[in-house]
Design a protein around this ligand. Structure first.
Ligand SMILES: Cc1cc2nc3c(=O)[nH]c(=O)nc-3n(C[C@H](O)[C@H](O)[C@H](O)COP(=O)(O)OP(=O)(O)OC[C@H]3O[C@@H](n4cnc5c(N)ncnc54)[C@H](O)[C@@H]3O)c2cc1C
Length: 263
């Protein structure tokens, strides 16, 4: 039986784009193409298809029919308002070597890209005695959305690793969550700061649910700590490598698939 063809990505139009903090660009998309997106998808991931710099909308749309396939990347829906049909995606501005980052750095009203998804949200139920959230800048959107979705009486710890003190964001965090901002100016330098923080903090009693994501090397070390030393049940843990130093996303996804197959 032939596999059903995936629907063509929607082409989204930028309503506004601006630097939220020195290394984070907030892009607001708006339009009727977003009418079928489900409410409550903040924190879910999506695929974006990135136009080449200077490419016309018509030429970009033609790529989905005639090729070559546009560059595809994974991002997070930071927020979605079904009434105004506005969707926000936050992009780390990490320079021109990444097509998605380069696109975001040039995005302005009227810019466009392809969009597929969103998938399901990462944490569907909040049932823990306490929560452990940790993120670098690439995972700030999923962490921010999780913190916003939590019960308002949630307790726990949130650890963020950002490139400068000015990259700290104003997040809607339950009062019982202790928030810590760590600064690591060079994201390409392997960091143990989040893991060390977790190892040194008081680990509360009871069931913990986690929302942890970021650079793959950092995540690998923390995953080992969670599974081998803390023996956290798989179902309580969301932990995921979002990018890897020195690899473009396609290469990183391949490594992830190979590692998953080897388990
Ligand atoms: C489920 C999921 C959700 C994600 N959500 C978001 C999100 O909402 N916002 C977001 O910004 N990112 C998010 N990411 C990460 C994003 O997919 C990667 O950062 C991706 O590599 C960016 O594509 P690019 O074209 O800019 O760079 P690529 O072409 O993939 O990479 C080019 C170079 O840039 C480096 N690089 C990639 N990402 C970063 C970074 N964050 N900081 C410094 N250097 C980097 C690579 O190591 C490589 O050397 C998510 C990833 C996953 C798996």
């Amino acid at each position: 039986m032939t596999k059903p063809k995936k629907p063509a990505p929607r082409i989204l139009t930028v309503k506004d784009a601006f630097y939220l903090t020195p290394h984070m660009i907030r892009v607001v998309f708006q339009g009727p193409e977003l009418a079928s997106v489900y409410a409550g998808c903040a924190g879910a991931n999506c695929k974006i298809f990135v136009p080449e710099i200077g490419q016309t909308r018509a030429d970009f749309e033609a790529c989905f029919v005639d090729g070559p396939a546009p560059v595809k990347r994974t991002y997070t829906v930071r927020s979605f308002d079904p009434d105004t049909l506005e969707m926000v995606i936050d992009f780390v501005a990490h320079g021109d070597e990444g097509p998605a980052s380069a696109w975001a750095m040039r995005a302005e009203t009227g810019s466009f890209l392809g969009f597929a998804g969103p998938s399901e949200v990462k944490i569907k139920e909040f049932y823990a005695d306490w929560y452990l959230v940790a993120a670098d800048m690439s995972a700030l959107p999923v962490a921010g959305a999780a913190l916003e979705a939590m019960p308002r009486d949630a307790k726990g710890v949130a650890i963020f690793e950002v490139q400068s003190a000015e990259d700290a964001q104003d997040l809607d965090v339950p009062a019982g969550i202790d928030v810590h901002w760590l600064v690591q100016a060079n994201p390409h330098k392997p960091s143990t700061a989040q893991e060390e923080f977790m190892r040194n903090m008081v680990w509360p009693e009871g069931v913990v649910q986690t929302c942890v994501a970021g650079e793959s090397g950092v995540i690998k070390a923390i995953r080992g700590y969670f599974t081998k030393e803390r023996e956290l049940p798989r179902d309580d843990v969301y932990i995921s490598g979002y990018w890897k130093i020195g690899l473009i996303e396609d290469e990183h996804q391949l490594v992830k698939r190979q590692e998953a197959a080897a388990v």
